[in-house]
Ligand binder design. Sequence first.
Ligand SMILES: [Zn+2]
Length: 340
Amino acid sequence: MPLTDFEAQYPRICQCLRQAKAAGRTGQAYLLIGDDADFLEKFSLAWAQTAACLGKSPDGKACGDCQPCQLFRKQAYPEFFVIRPQSKSRQITVDAMRQFDHDISLAVLPGRLKVGIVVEAECLGDEAQNAFLKTLEEPPPGTMLLLLTVNARRLLPTIKSRCQCMSLLRNRQDYGLALREGLFAILAGLRRQAGAKIGLRAAARISQLFGQLHDEAEKQAEADRDQRWDDIEDAQIKKQLAEEQEARIEAEYVRLRDSLIDAMLAWFLQRFLIASGMAAELLPHPEMLAAAGDLLENPPSPWEAEQDIREVEDFARCVKGYVEERLSLDAMCLSITEKR
Ligand SMILES: [Zn+2]
C-alpha cells in the first residue's frame, strides 16, 4: 500500500513526510502513535517504501519503478528488519533487542536505506528500552528506525524525545461540545504551581459547565416527552411517568457529561504529547490548541504531564463510580495546581 493511500485520512502527516523525503531530510527515528497496531504497521511500511525509493520525485512520492520500490512490492526488500513481541509472553526481550541492534548494524549496499521497525514498542520493558537507547541516539549510517505503539505512555521519555512523533489515531472523536462550552480554555489554566485559588476557580467553572449540560438534558427530555399522557388523572400513573422522565434526564445528562470528561482526558493526553516533543501540526486534535495559551512555548515536563493524566483518570473513575461530582472536581483541580 503506497503512502498516497493514506493522504486523504492524514493529509498533514503525509505531506510533512513527503516534503522531508523530497528535501533529503528524512528523519532517523520516528515514533508512530495510534490506536490500531495493524494499521500502524501498514502505515510504517508505506513510509518505509517512500523513504527507501531512489526516484527523485519533487513531491516526495515513491516512484514505484526503482529497485527498492519493486522489492518492497514483492515484500523482498533485503535491508528491512522487524522486531515484535513474542506471541506468548507479549514481550520484546533484551536479548531480542540486542539481536535487532546487531542486525541493523551490518553494512548494506551503498545508497540503500536500512529500515528497522519495532512493532508494539510498548512491549519493550525498561531494560530493553535502555538497551535500545544508544542505537536510537546514533543509528548506523543510512538507517531509519520506526517505533510503533498503541500505548506511548509505556515508553521512557528518553525514547520519545529521540524520535519524531506522529499521531495516527483512527477513531478521532468529535470534541465539538467541549469546544463550544469553552472547556479547553478552562483546562489550559490548570498548571503545576498555579495554586489552590486557580485550581478551585477552574473546578467551579467546570462544575458550571456540568450544570449547563444538565439544563440541556432537561430540555432535550422535555422535547422528547410523549404528550399523549399529559391529561392523565391517575396519580399512580402520573408518578410513574414523572419518575421515567427523571430517569431519561439523568441518562441524557450522564451521556453529555461523559463526553465532556472524554474531552478532558483527550486534552491532557495531547498535552502529554506536546510535552514529549510532538510537533503541533502532527497532533491528533490541533483544534484544541486555539485555547491552549502558552502551552506550546511553555509545556510541562513529560513526567508532570503524565502525573496530571493520572489525576484526570482518577477523577473520571470517581465520577463514573458515583462519587460526588463537585468533590471529585475540586480534588482533581487541586492536585494538578498544587504548589510543591
Ligand atoms: Zn521508487
